[in-house]
Ligand binder design. Structure first.
Ligand code: GLU
Length: 509
């Protein structure tokens, strides 16, 4: 096998959908498994859809995911430039060759003429409204015009596009690494535009030319590109020969949670979960769409979860590091069927990864998160102890605020409703007595505290179970958290006493 070279070829048109990151991941895993190279090529030939900042954002997402790119607009490489708009001049030669060989033609039709053609075909009840073999000889193009007429139009600077000439009687076949043998009837394929009036190639021509020039060996992309494959195969056949063509792999779609169609950004908004890798601010409408990163996902968990959307290792193992994924990945285990997105499962992966990774790998992010809530960490050893104590309760990094905040800041509100109905003087007196007991405790440790707490409860004839919830609410403000005496030990004697006193004054009223 020649050197494995794969590419991710995003168009900078907006935020990076998780399906896009999954395409990146499968490209990357395949390349690294086979000692190959991973290339990112920016496909920005559609000026109308270009969005400022989208390219930079895509690279930021890859950096967050920890995916190393071998060749790109950022890293450079032997096949630069890696941005198609900077390769503009190059595509015309190939379009000219197609025309010279009779596989493409000039079309001078105005948008209005094309619209009229569609209307006419519709009125005639034609099965196709496309610009294809059935209509092209009635249109304003170099197939119908005599060469002198065409030349005259070109000389006069008449705007034109170049279209591929699809022979309707042919069938196109190719082998997809995931789907096997595929056949397409040319009769259903239209004469797609290859070069636009602005002198830019369309995606169809540019993708084929660049995959050839950049020596791409395998092309992974989403299933939504399958309908474009016949045109690409034809271009390969006419320009470079089918032997030079990369092997194709059309990845299964990522579906809505109910399995009904492709997961869209709108589904995320509707169902309350992110669909983009990172927060994306659309500069046109100045609106932010939420991303997994900012919601509190770890990149390790995000990639692990994505790997399982459409691929399986054939074993029960679910948690994989990127290294293990490279090791285990095989294209034979990528499914044909779409993969349903399950946000609960995504969170499960994140919870697993919060437990698995050393705290040092996300400590800084949690620190920043807490700082936003005005909790400034000054003692790193204490901070680490707190994180260890509460991480089991955190599914998202953002959960650390709720789960850890009270270790740094005394509560200012209390779940009084959980205490009040059963509150009485005996309980009040118990806590006044307990303050005196702990004041005398030389070692302020959880086990000792628990023993004296229970002893005092027995002495006062109250069930310890009835006192633990109030104690928790005094220290935390609400009902959750790790073992209550562990919390007390962590915050220390003075703070424990002060919180009990403060809460008692609130419970009394
Ligand atoms: N530029 C296309 C996109 O935006 C790439 C499709 C392909 O990989 O061929 O997804």
């Amino acid at each position: 096998m020649s050197k494995v070279r794969v590419r991710f070829a995003p168009s900078p048109t907006g935020g990076l959908h998780l399906g896009g990151v999954r395409t990146v991941l499968f490209n990357y895993l395949f390349a690294k498994k086979n000692g190959g190279e991973f290339i990112v090529r920016v496909e920005d030939t559609d000026q109308a859809r270009f969005v400022q900042g989208a390219e930079e954002y895509i690279f930021d997402c890859l950096t967050w995911c920890g995916i190393k790119v071998d060749e790109s607009v950022i890293t450079g490489g032997p096949f630069a430039p890696y941005r198609q708009s900077e390769r503009k001049e190059l595509y015309k030669t190939y379009a000219d060759k197609l025309i010279a060989d009779g596989h493409a033609y000039y079309a001078f039709d105005t948008p209005e003429e094309i619209e009229t053609m569609r209307e006419k075909r519709k009125a005639e009840g034609s099965g196709s409204l496309q610009y294809d073999a059935g209509i092209r000889l009635h249109m304003n193009n170099s197939l119908r015009l005599v060469p002198q007429e065409t030349q005259a139009l070109l000389d006069a600077g008449t705007p034109y596009v170049i279209r591929i000439k699809v022979e309707p009687s042919e069938t196109i076949s190719f082998t997809d690494m995931i789907r096997g043998e595929l056949h397409f009837e040319n009769a259903n394929v239209d004469d797609k535009v290859l070069m636009k009036a602005d002198g830019m190639p369309t995606y169809h021509l540019a993708v084929v030319v660049d995959d050839y020039l950049m020596k791409i060996s395998h092309a992974f992309r989403g299933e939504e590109w399958l309908p474009s494959a016949p045109v690409h195969i034809l271009l390969w056949k006419h320009l470079f020969g089918l032997d030079a063509m990369p092997q194709w792999a059309h990845l299964p779609l990522i579906l809505k949670p109910d399995g009904n169609g492709k997961l869209s950004k709108r589904d995320g908004d509707r169902l309350g979960f992110p669909v983009y890798a990172m927060d994306w601010r659309d500069p046109k409408i100045n609106e932010v769409t939420k991303g997994f990163k900012e919601l509190g996902f770890l990149p390790e968990a995000f990639l692990n979860m994505l790997a399982m959307l459409g691929w399986n290792p054939g074993t029960e193992q679910e948690i994989f590091t990127i290294k293990e994924l490279i090791e285990a990945f095989s294209i034979d285990r990528v499914n044909k069927a779409g993969a349903k997105f399950d946000f609960e499962k995504a969170k499960w992966f994140n919870h697993q990864w919060i437990q698995k990774l050393p705290i040092s790998s996300y400590q800084l992010q949690v620190k920043k998160l807490l700082a936003k809530q005005e909790i400034i960490i000054t003692d790193d050893i204490y901070f680490e102890k707190v994180l260890n104590l509460v991480k089991e309760r955190c599914t998202l990094l953002s959960d650390f605020y709720e789960q850890a905040g009270y270790f740094f800041k005394a509560p200012i509100t209390w779940d009084v409703d959980a205490v009040k109905p059963k509150w009485n003087d005996d309980k009040n007196n118990f806590f006044i007595g307990f303050i005196e007991v702990i004041k005398k405790q030389a070692n302020f440790i959880a086990t000792d505290m628990e023993i004296s707490f229970k002893a005092l409860a027995t002495e006062k004839n109250i069930k310890p179970g009835e006192l633990q919830l109030p104690m928790r609410i005094m220290l935390v403000g609400s009902k959750f958290g790790p073992a209550v005496f562990d919390i007390a030990e962590m915050i220390g004697k003075d703070e424990t006493i002060s919180r009990i006193q403060k809460a008692l004054s609130v419970f009394e009223n």
